[in-house]
Write a protein that binds this ligand. Structure first.
Ligand code: PEP
Length: 246
């Protein structure tokens, strides 16, 4: 099974959502690909009702707190009432634009676990960190701090997303993706004591480059931003990937 998750970010109006649902339902899905979409909170319930048989529906962020004086926040407990199955945590846009720290991200991961929501922890280096040869150091810090104190029985996903590849059209080479995902899995095994964790690649994936970028057997799938806004393109990424794997 391969995993293709989408991230809508702050996109799509209600009429776009209705059109997307219609278009998604028209697509024939490959049998060996699991699809998931992280949508804006407002559409969680509707998307769940209309698409959850074909595509897992989750959100893009969750509060680090349970309740209280945190104006504008949505807690994992609230989300669990609406059958939210997963949440992205620590996406680079949250880390950079909202100054989320590894400690807050860790709190968010723990809140997800407490409330039956699977976290998808996003990690990745900036261009400067890559150029300075710090990629592995950054990945190790983000993984060990973000997953500190997690219960060993719980399942989660990691998305390796080089910050410089997100929304830029730039991508690492397939060899770099393979090397960094193997490293993520090594840290998960050695430092977090978790084996067999699903690790996705994210950053400018589209139907044309999916085959090449996601070909290595250690790459379990993709987290897709821009191309997930079009239902056909999103599904096609999985179809192209499935062609390689069969
Ligand atoms: C993302 O937002 O996680 C992402 C990978 O975006 P894009 O596919 O547009 O680069």
């Amino acid at each position: 099974m391969k995993y293709i998750f989408g991230n809508w970010k702050e996109n799509n109006t209600l009429s776009d959502v209705n059109a997307y649902i219609k278009e998604f339902k028209k697509q024939s899905l490959p049998t060996d690909v699991h699809y998931g979409l992280a949508v804006p909170y407002l559409y969680l319930q509707k998307m769940n009702k209309k698409l959850s048989k074909k595509c897992e529906i989750g959100v893009q962020n969750v509060s680090f707190s349970e309740k209280g004086e945190y104006t504008g926040e949505i807690s994992a407990k609230m989300l669990s009432d609406f059958f939210c199955s997963f949440s992205l945590v620590g996406h680079s846009e949250r880390r950079q634009k909202f100054k989320e720290t590894n400690e807050e991200i860790n709190q968010k991961v723990l809140k997800c676990f407490e409330n039956g929501i699977m976290p998808i922890l996003c990690v990745g280096e900036t261009k400067q960190e890559k150029d300075e040869g710090k990629t592995k150091k950054v990945l190790k810090t983000q993984l060990t701090k973000g997953l500190s104190g997690i219960p060993l029985s719980k399942q989660f996903i990691v998305a390796y997303e080089p910050v410089w590849a997100i929304g830029t059209g730039l991508t690492p080479t397939p060899k770099e993706i393979e090397e960094n995902i193997k490293y993520v899995k090594k840290v998960l095994e050695e430092n977090i004591k978790k084996i067999g964790i699903t690790v996705l690649y994210g950053g400018s994936v589209n139907p044309q480059n999916a085959k090449e970028l996601l070909n290595a057997s250690c790459v379990d799938g993709a987290l897709v931003g821009g191309a997930s806004l079009n239902a056909k393109k999103f599904v096609d990424i999985g179809k192209n990937l499935a062609n390689v794997r069969r």
